[in-house]
Each structure stands twice: as structure tokens, then as C-alpha cells.
Design a protein around this ligand. Structure first.
Ligand code: HEM
Length: 377
């Protein structure tokens, strides 16, 4: 169902809950879990670095698309939606990095959840701690509405198992993946129970450009709390929704599909926000619970456009995969991440980016413009 702004303006202003720090509940032994998370993520990076002699992200290592895009904030947003970087109509440059979740470079016979990292450039406003002086706002999204584990502790135990598998048993991962992606039903049936199995390859193989991506965990939205999504809207993207993609036997099947698309076509997505209107059904502390859209719909606040371009190249990979870091904590204070999962992500992303900077001997930094990328891509 599509909502227009006039459908939601009045009711949303009345219903949207104002953020209060008491909604952010510390998890039991949160600091200890955070330290172990970083250790485990680091062990994945160490393993893949030993094999590849190149330092990669400890998760979401493989990129399929590295796009230069434009984000256009809609004019005339009602005050409740005109918050943070969306407070007034503006066109921003943006970088989009499409990835899959594992920390190792699997070929695409192993199908796994997909990620979209969006970096909006040239934003203004007070910054969150750790990103003072930068001018970027990142949104990190995955192609499902909810996170797979209810607590950081449970996520840690999934990750430990994944770390043990990293680069050890690609053949097993491939076999498992082929079995698991047989039907959507199998994946759904496993949903609540085996985040690990899904992250190892239970994802049905579809065209990545047909996906809708979700932040899963909440952020501030000015004085309110919200989740974010990016969804395809142009007809050429809509044609790819649920469109099957045969990647068997192809080393870079998803990447090739993306490069083919952008050789001639333009893509358009909407960036949407879902405001928290009820803490019972839309909790901050448990990101496994998708916020019901019938209570609070996702509403379009901006358009993202990517023109035809070379969607992936070694040069772009050096600049974006190696030279940039995407994190929900590259943010203005008006979009500060909230909740336990989000708090722990801060150090995790810093650790992973520092590992890459150190071992690849490159500077990982926040761009202020894209002149350099434009010049040669
Ligand atoms: C406790 C929970 C989580 C931890 C510890 C974690 C950790 C990480 C780390 C270490 C990276 C690599 C960063 C780098 O080297 O630059 C990463 C990448 C990524 N994560 Fe998470 N993550 C978590 C939850 C999530 C959630 C909830 C989402 C979105 C729904 C998400 C989406 C992504 C995406 C899209 C990337 C790839 C970023 C890129 O393209 O550079 N993560 N994550």
C-alpha cells in the first residue's frame, strides 16, 4: 500500500513518540559482549587476510556494485518528517555499496543476505561522537525487515560459529546453500531459529536490484525514533523484484548482473522512514521484531537516482571498498543510532575499518566530494 503525505501528516505528528533516554536499556554484560564481538570479527579479518593478503571487511566483504548516486530530499515534507538531513529540500551526492554478508569472498553459488550501504555526502549539523568534523551520513541496510537475533549476546554466538567456518569449508557452504535456497518456504521455516544457517547461504537467489533494504535497528529522527528503508521504484528496477537470477557456476554472478544493468539503464529508489508510534509493538530493545507497517507505514522522504555507469571496477573497489568505511555512526546527532545492537556496532565498525587501514596501508576516510571518482569512472 502506498501512502501519500496528506494521509499521514496530521496523525503522524500526533502519534509519533518523542525519544527518551529511558527507552535505551543496557543489555546484561553489554561491554563484555562488545569486546568479544570485536575479537570475533577481528579473527574473521585475520583469517581472510592470511589467505588473500588483502584486508577485507570482517562481514560484507564482497561488493557487487559501487555506485555514484544522487539523493534528492522531497520538497514540502511536513515538519514531523522534515528532520535532520531531510529538514529542507536539497540534492546530495551519495555513494552506494551493495554487498553480501560473509567476511570471505565466496562465489555466488553461495547465496547470502544482501546489504546496501548508503553514504550521503555534504550534510550539515551537529555530529555524533567519533565523527566530528565529517560531512557524511551513512545508512546501513539489509534486505529483510528484522535483525536475526534478539540480543547482542545471541548475535555473538552466531558470529562465533560463522568465524569458525570462515574460509574453512567453502564446499560445505556451497552444498548447504544449494539445498537451502530450494524454496523460500524453507528459508522462512528456518527464520527464527537458525540465523547462522541463513547467513551461511539460505538466501534464495534473486536479482539484487529488485530488493528492498531495511535498517532493521532504530535511529533518532530529530526528536523521534525511526527505522529506514530503501525500495526500488523505477519501472526497470520493479521488473527485477523477485526476479530469479541463475548464478550457479559464476564467480561474480551478482556483480555481473549489476554491471550489465548499469551499462545502459538508470535506477531510482525511494528512501523511506518509519516512525515509532508505540513502544509495545515497535520496541527499541529488540530488533528481531519488525515494526508493523499497518500501525506506522514507511513514508517516502527522498529519491535516490543512479545514472548508467560502470557499476564496479578494480579502481572503484580501491577507492570505495578499501578507502571508505560505512557505519551507522558516521552520522549527524539528529540521526544517532539507538539501542544495544547499535551501541555495540560503533566499536565493531571502527575496529574493522582500522584493521583494513593498517594492513592495506591505505587511509580510510570520509569523502567531502566525489570529484576524484567522477573524474575517472
Ligand atoms: C551487533 C550487530 C552488528 C555488528 C557487530 C556489525 C558489524 C559489522 C562490521 C564490523 C562491518 C564491516 C565494517 C567495515 O569494515 O567497514 C559491517 C558491515 C556492514 N553491516 Fe553490520 N553489524 C551489525 C549489525 C548490522 C545491521 C543491523 C545491519 C543492517 C540492517 C548491518 C548492515 C551492514 C552493512 C550493509 C555492512 C556493509 C557496509 C559496507 O558496505 O561497507 N549490520 N557490519
Amino acid at each position: 500500500m502506498t501512502y501519500t503525505l496528506s494521509d499521514v501528516d496530521g496523525p503522524l505528528t500526533l502519534l509519533s513518540l518523542l525519544y527518551d533516554p529511558i527507552y535505551e536499556i543496557q543489555e546484561d554484560k553489554e561491554a563484555e559482549t562488545g569486546a568479544q564481538l570485536n575479537e570475533t570479527l577481528n579473527s574473521i579479518s585475520e583469517t581472510t587476510f592470511k589467505d588473500c593478503k588483502h584486508a577485507m571487511r570482517s562481514v560484507h566483504a564482497k561488493s557487487h556494485g559501487l555506485l555514484i548516486a544522487e539523493l534528492q530530499v522531497h520538497p514540502n515534507l511536513p515538519t514531523v518528517l522534515a528532520q535532520g538531513i531531510f529538514s529542507h529540500p536539497k540534492n546530495y551526492l551519495a555513494v552506494m555499496r551493495l554487498s553480501t554478508t560473509p567476511g570471505d569472498m565466496l562465489d555466488y553459488s553461495v547465496s547470502t543476505p544482501r546489504g546496501l550501504a548508503l553514504k550521503v555526502i555534504g550534510v550539515e549539523g551537529e555530529r555524533v561522537e567519533g565523527s566530528i568534523g565529517d560531512e557524511t551520513q551513512d545508512f546501513l541496510l539489509v534486505n529483510g525487515p528484522m535483525f536475526l537475533t534478539p540480543s547482542s549476546k545471541k548475535f555473538l554466538s552466531s558470529l562465533k560459529l560463522l568465524a569458525k567456518m570462515t574460509d574453512k569449508v567453502p564446499t560445505l557452504k556451497k552444498a548447504l546453500s544449494a539445498v537451502l535456497r530450494g524454496t523460500e518456504k524453507v528459508v522462512e521455516a528456518l527464520g527464527g531459529e537458525s540465523a547462522v544457517i541463513i547467513s551461511m547461504g539460505g538466501h534464495p537467489e534473486k536479482h539484487i536490484l529488485g530488493e528492498t533494504f531495511f535498517s532493521q535497528a532504530p535511529i533518532l529522527y530529530g526528536p523521534y525514533m525511526a527505522k529506514i528503508s530503501v525500495t526500488p521504484v523505477s519501472s526497470e528496477l520493479l521488473a527485477l523484484v523477485k526476479s530469479p537470477l541463475n548464478v550457479n557456476g559464476k564467480l561474480n554472478g551478482l556483480r555481473d548482473a549489476l554491471v550489465d544493468f548499469f551499462a545502459t539503464k538508470e535506477a531510482e529508489w525511494e528512501l523511506r522512514v518509519q516512525l515509532c508510534t508505540d513502544l509495545e509493538t515497535m520496541p527499541i530493545k529488540d530488533s528481531t521484531i519488525p515494526w508493523p507497517e499497518e500501525i506506522s507505514p514507511y513514508i517516502s522522504i527522498a529519491k535516490i537516482t543512479a545514472k548508467p555507469q560502470a557499476a564496479w571496477s578494480e579502481r572503484l573497489s580501491k577507492k570505495i571498498d578499501d578507502g571508505m568505511s560505512f557505519s551507522p555512526w558516521n552520522a549527524v546527532a539528529a540521526h544517532r543510532p539507538i539501542g544495544s545492537i547499535m551501541r555495540l556496532r560503533k566499536a565493531a565498525y571502527e575496529t574493522s575499518a582500522n584493521f583494513r587501514a593498517l594492513h592495506n596501508e591505505v587511509k580510510v576516510s570520509e569523502p567531502t566530494d566525489l570529484d576524484e571518482l567522477y573524474a575517472q569512472s
